[in-house]
Design a protein. Structure first.
Length: 625
């Protein structure tokens, strides 16, 4: 039985009507209103200029870059890789739609290529529950639980994050998962097992406190285990052990705590970037809730793109020691080269990390610091370039000024540049004019370098052009014939204006020349037999063919006037019929050649007469135009 039929249509419609697609999409994409639609960076492909659009009035989305589109259920399917019933259930949960109906989503094997992914998700969910249960409910986990509380974690955090404990056993998780019916392939590919040369499997994590690592939808996809009992540990064992990369887990793409922090970050329009898991959790206790951490490596381009899709600015809060300062420098450089995000820095005194700062000065002090004492990236560079210099020495002074001016040349804000130039001039008793002249030279050098990197020779982009390319991108498909464009526009009118639909239905012998548009037209006629009005989002549910769904979305986004005119409709019909005549003419020419090749003179004559009549009609149409 088809899975879609397991959920009654009236239940699907109830959920859709009580859900605003903008609310759902905003949980994953930072949207800004432009005209009547919302735009943001597409979550389905990498881009720097927003081409992803959400039409609130139509309750649909469409990306002009990659072409993905649909209604709210399709968005969740595309984003999470789940089945349609699972998407319906998730939309209901996110939108807090209360329903009595009990969903039956069925096995994921019904989704091609999705069975292993589904099993891996199940394996991680089972492992997460097992480790968490051992930590909070067993004697074996009591010491680890006491340790976490001593480190400052609250019971609420431990429960909310589902932190766990893997005891000093090598077969516990394996046995539990096998008893749950998990396959050998699933166990091996989960990364939670170590496989010996003989094929025997052992638990990867043992004698470790377990931190679940979740995907953007909040599902556990990997773990980080912190060594707990040093007395029973292998002395060669690392303090932290992460899951290896798997079908579910790519550490370059994952940020710890992102699924939880995302909503808070969107509200603040700011995301705090920490170095470690414990720093994130400590910040949460201080009510700094929009915090994430990279997976023990330098910040990656993929992680930056993920951040850029939900906020306009980010605050780096790494450890206050030298290693943390150098990590801040590297992250700042990565942000500067990969994104236009505004980047702030939260520097901690006394070489403390966030966790230690909170232990020493308290949660209120950290919240105050994070809220009111962030500094600009430029201010960090002023601090950083001074670290290894003696500014009473002239050579060090000159080097410092040169390095600072190099950073100033990268700033877009004229006001910010002027402010720091004045500070520099006052500090070293220099004229602001001399600094501005050197700054201008550095800006020109940067432009030349950028041209060389891009392989371009045109003049630098003006501020107007920079503004224009930051606006939403509308990509019009120019490879369509005039006839197909007319078909699309006529179908748009049919779908959105009842009077046009009635008029076209009365047209004698009318049909669309392309099967795709004719099928949509026929589906529409059937749809209107049981519906009082047309709604794109509902019609997309009604139509089952993926190709047709996609074409409906494209047509819904056509930029044409709100209401039609009789002349406009006649022009569409005329152009469609002209192209039908042209297509028929080409078919007949091919048939005529075939008849001549086989010496079928009678058929050749019949074709010639039909060709004559078609050409006559085409000539008449040309004269009328």
């Amino acid at each position: 039985m088809n899975e879609v039929q397991r959920i009654p249509q009236d239940v699907i419609e109830t959920i859709r009507q009580q859900t605003n697609i903008v609310t759902i999409v905003e949980q994953s994409v930072q949207l800004k209103k432009s005209g009547k639609n919302y735009f943001g960076l597409c979550p389905f492909h990498d881009e720097k200029t927003p081409s992803f659009s959400v039409a609130e009035d139509k309750q649909i989305y469409y990306c002009f870059g990659c072409g993905k589109g649909g209604n709210v259920f399709q968005f969740i399917q595309d984003l999470d890789g789940v089945t349609f019933p699972e998407a319906v259930q998730k939309v209901a949960d996110i939108a807090n739609v209360s329903l009595d109906y009990q969903f039956q989503t069925g096995p994921s094997e019904s989704v091609p290529g999705n069975s292993l992914t589904h099993e891996l998700l199940q394996i991680h969910e089972e492992a997460c529950q097992l480790y968490h249960h051992i930590l909070v409910n067993t004697e074996v986990g009591s010491e680890a639980l006491a340790y976490l509380k001593q480190r400052g974690l609250t019971e609420e955090q431990i429960l909310e994050q589902e932190i766990g404990y893997a005891p000093n056993e090598r077969n516990l998780l394996k046995q539990v998962l096998e008893n749950k019916g998990m396959s050998q392939q699933g166990l091996v590919e989960s990364g939670l097992m170590i496989e010996t040369k003989t094929g025997e499997l052992f638990d990867r994590f043992f004698n470790r406190i377990i931190f679940p690592i979740r995907n953007d939808q909040g599902k556990p996809i990997a773990f980080s285990g912190r060594l707990f009992d040093q007395q029973v540990a292998d002395k060669r064992a690392p303090k932290y052990l992460n899951s290896p990369e798997t079908k579910l887990f790519n550490k370059r793409q994952v940020l710890y705590n992102f699924s939880y922090a995302r909503a808070h970050a969107r509200k603040l329009n700011d995301l705090f970037l920490f170095e470690g898991f414990m720093d994130v959790l400590a910040a949460n206790r201080a009510n700094v809730l929009a915090g994430v951490a990279s997976m023990g490596t330098s910040l990656t381009n993929e992680q930056i793109q993920k951040i850029a899709k939900i906020v306009d600015q980010v605050t780096i809060c790494y450890d206050g020691d030298q290693a943390g300062i150098e990590a801040t420098k590297r992250s700042l450089e990565t942000f500067q080269t990969q994104t236009k995000l505004k980047v702030n820095v939260l520097r901690l005194p006394e070489k403390l990390d966030p966790d230690d700062y909170i232990k020493k000065y308290g949660e209120t002090a950290f919240y105050e610091l994070a809220t009111h004492h962030k500094e600009t990236a430029m201010n960090f560079w002023l601090f950083y370039y001074e670290l290894d210099k003696n500014l009473t020495n002239e050579l060090d002074q000159l080097q410092y000024i040169d390095e600072v001016l190099t950073e100033l040349a990268k700033l877009n804000s004229v006001i910010e540049r002027e402010m720091y130039l004045k500070q520099l001039a006052d500090r070293f008793h220099l004229s602001i004019e001399s600094l501005q002249e050197t700054l201008q030279q550095k800006k020109q050098a940067l432009r030349r370098h950028a041209k060389q990197a891009r392989g371009l020779t045109q003049a630098p982009l003006t501020e107007e052009v920079n503004h224009a390319i930051s606006q939403p991108v509308y990509v019009e498909k120019n490879n369509l014939t005039l006839g197909e464009k007319a078909e699309q526009r006529l179908l748009y009118r049919i779908l959105n204006e009842p009077s046009v639909a009635m008029q076209i239905a009365k047209e004698p012998d009318f049909s669309f020349m392309h099967d795709t548009y004719q099928e949509i037209f026929m589906h529409f006629q059937d749809y209107m037999l049981t519906h009082t009005e047309y709604e794109e989002a509902d019609f997309i549910n009604y139509v089952k063919e993926g190709e047709l769904k996609q074409k409906i979305i494209e047509i819904a986004y056509l930029d044409i006037p709100e209401t039609s005119s009789e002349l406009e409709l006649q022009d569409y019909l005329k152009e469609i019929r002209l192209e039908q005549l042209r297509q028929r003419k080409n078919q007949l020419i091919d048939s005529q050649k075939e008849a001549k090749r086989y010496g079928n003179q009678e058929q050749e004559l019949e074709i010639a007469l039909e060709l004559f009549n078609i050409q006559k009609q085409l000539n008449q149409q040309s004269l009328q135009n």
